[in-house]
Design a protein around this ligand. Structure first.
Ligand code: WTA
Length: 633
């Protein structure tokens, strides 16, 4: 992309200034770099009071023409995806832009042949294999809305997401391996589909040559459907504001929120941010270790990199298999230049022998990235010293499912970094720290601390919560007037650098995964022996945070290991294994306010081994605090 690249810090400052003074002109110039079927006539239209935001109105395009077709003439034979399997003995797959284009068109025809039309929702529940990328792009080709569900979620979690979006078709795989562990995705899907009347078709990719139970009339094999489909598929003309995908993220209350991202704004800003944050050269090899089931995978394995014509690595496995050197073995083998991972992965590898890192030649690396949670000092230095050998800038990128693309980050090699600081906002991003009273903190003190908000719209922002615009308004635009509330706390130093301190709501980030405590409590309360429960986060060396559950049992129930296991199983069943609490403490009561609200602040302190609980006199049952503390795990 020619016109998008910032090459120096003074260019960054200039771009930032322009983007604030005239946001429309700034984004217009960037949007010119893309392929449009019809040009937009109004860059931005918005109304904070209704929480309505429209970018590039009346513009028509198809995102797949931008991420695929556009590259064919000059770069058709360039590698788009390098796929690295779970099993290191299995072969790496190389897929060029031309091959990917053909497969996407072919699978788009499969979707059409199965009755999928523009606007229909398609659920994708797949392992990290190229067919996942093909399926998502095929949806975009015909204007179907993909809803990818991370393939670690349970049947119940899939079913609730399918039902929320009324998906008509699901794409999955049969058995897959994660490390040494076989997981039968098809079984999990079968279980989910018992409660999903909207699903008419289930397409199954055969990852393993296992016999697979197929349900007549509903289930079809990927390979059979592809054999019947042509490789030509015209790209559907989409409106700039047509939905591209739904991705569910945890809320602090109730069920997960289906964040809706639209076409043009999302495309433009994921590409722009990718290009500038990572500063890739055409021959570079980029690897983001996230799963495509999360926003990081959507924006920075697929859409952003492919829009920029980059080579992106997809890895099916886990960092610890066959041993803790796997990441570095892959970096050496594929000569990865840009490596983007999460602090939790860094911490889990840093606690193993250094030999795993030192054994491999990592000299290809140029830039390292971090995402998903605040990166702590130790992890930052380990990453810098042993992986980057002190030669690679670390881009600590702060953003969210809702923001669609990176909001705060150094530009590699351009912005000077400071350990644990995400540094400066990207051009176009107008941040504000708010105090408790909703006033913007405007000083340039050495340390200003507050709640992080964004006070002007940006193109890749999620436009609504699927089917529940009111919830979108309440969650993001009601805490502060005329600003988007991130749910994070942050501080800013005198240079204007931001450091994110973590969530200020009831979302806990465990191993980089966003988990709402409310749905976990609901799952625990499902157990017949349980009266009530409260779940909080506490600091954990590897995971960043882990979950601590305080559980009240019925009088006739006795605490036991068996009960702990059953309660954890309830959580796995309703959400997935990632949401299982590390600690479960049985308690006689929970600290409550007089209006009956659980005082989580106190529980958080107990779980974190703190002893100063502040004023507990307003509690309905202050005596319970000591009681709980005595039984602390
Ligand atoms: C946290 C992931 C500190 C933050 C892209 C945010 C971070 C939540 C960082 C969103 C970072 C993400 N430093 N905290 N670099 N990146 N977070 O929706 O609390 O899965 O609100 O999006 O992760 O998580 P989500």
């Amino acid at each position: 992309m020619n016109n998008l690249r910032i090459n120096s810090f003074s260019e960054y400052k200039k771009a930032y200034k322009e983007s604030i003074e005239n946001p429309e002109m700034f984004w217009d110039n960037i949007a010119e770099n893309f392929l449009w079927k019809k040009k937009w006539n109004n860059t931005l239209e918005f109304d904070f009071s209704k929480s309505e935001f429209k970018w590039f109105k009346e513009g028509k395009l198809n995102i797949t023409e931008n991420v695929l077709d556009r590259h064919l003439e000059k770069n058709g034979n360039k590698t788009a995806i390098i796929w690295e399997p779970n099993n290191p003995l299995e072969e790496t797959r190389i897929i060029t832009y031309r091959q990917l284009h053909a497969k996407v068109c072919q699978f788009a025809n499969v979707l059409k042949n199965n009755g999928i039309q523009k606007g229909d929702r398609v659920c994708i529940y797949m392992p990290m294999i190229p067919e996942l990328a093909i399926a998502m792009l095929a949806c975009a080709r015909i204007g179907a809305v993909h809803s990818i569900v991370f393939a670690g979620f349970s049947s119940a979690a899939i079913a609730s997401r399918i039902n929320d979006a009324q998906c008509k078709l699901i794409v999955t795989a049969n058995e897959v391996y994660r490390g040494e562990k076989p997981i039968n995705l098809k079984h999990i899907v079968d279980e989910a589909l018992k409660d999903c009347p909207s699903i008419q078709t289930c397409i199954v990719y055969r990852r393993e040559l296992e016999p697979t139970m197929m349900v007549g009339g509903r289930d079809k094999f990927w390979i059979d459907e592809m054999a019947k489909a042509s490789k030509d598929c015209l790209a559907e003309e989409m409106d700039a504001e047509d939905p591209l995908f739904i991705l569910y993220t945890s809320g602090s209350t109730g069920k997960p929120k289906g964040m809706v991202h639209t076409t043009a704004g999302y495309m433009i800003q994921t590409a722009y941010s990718f290009d500038n944050v990572f500063q890739m050269q055409p021959e570079d090899i980029y690897w983001c270790t996230a799963d495509i089931g999360w926003i990081t995978g959507h924006s920075y394995i697929i859409y952003g990199p492919l829009a920029c014509g980059a080579t992106t690595v997809m890895f099916e496995g886990i960092p610890s298999y066959p041993d803790f050197g796997r990441f570095w073995e892959i970096v050496e083998k594929l000569k990865v230049t840009h490596f983007y991972t999460a602090p939790t992965a860094i911490r889990s590898l840093a606690k193993e022998s250094l030999d795993y890192v030192l054994k491999y030649d990592l000299s290809s690396l140029k830039v390292l990235g971090s995402v998903g949670e605040p990166i702590n000092q130790e992890a930052w230095h380990w990453y810098n010293d042993y992986v980057g050998k002190g030669n690679c800038p670390i881009v600590d990128t702060w953003w969210q499912t809702e923001t669609g693309s990176i909001m705060i980050s150094p530009l590699a090699g351009i912005t000077s970094t400071r350990p644990t600081f995400a540094t400066l906002p990207l051009p176009g991003i107008q941040l504000a720290l708010m105090d408790e009273n909703g006033q913007e903190i405007v000083t340039s003190a050495e340390k200003s601390e507050g709640r992080l908000t964004i006070k002007f719209p940006w193109p890749s922002m999620a436009r609504t919560v699927y089917g529940d615009h009111q919830r979108y308004i309440e969650t993001y635009f009601s805490t502060f007037k005329n600003a988007y509330f991130t749910g994070d706390g942050a501080y800013r130093d005198a240079m204007g650098y931001y450091r994110i301190t973590g969530r200020v709501d009831d979302v806990v980030i465990v191993s980089g995964h966003n988990l709402g405590t409310a749905p976990i409590e609901n799952a625990i309360n499902e157990h017949d022996a349980v009266v009530e429960s409260a779940v909080v986060g506490f600091p954990h060396d590897i995971k960043g945070n882990a979950l601590y559950a305080f559980v009240i049992l019925y009088d006739d129930q006795n605490p036991s290991e068996q009960l702990i296991k059953e309660i954890k199983d309830e959580v796995s069943k309703s959400i997935g294994a990632i949401a299982k609490p590390d600690k479960i403490q049985f308690v006689k009561g929970l600290p409550k306010t007089r209006s009956g609200k659980i005082m989580r602040r106190i529980l958080r302190k107990i779980a974190s081994n703190e002893t100063d609980f502040g004023d507990t006199s307003t509690l309905l049952n202050p005596e319970i605090v000591q009681d709980i503390e005595k039984g602390k795990l």
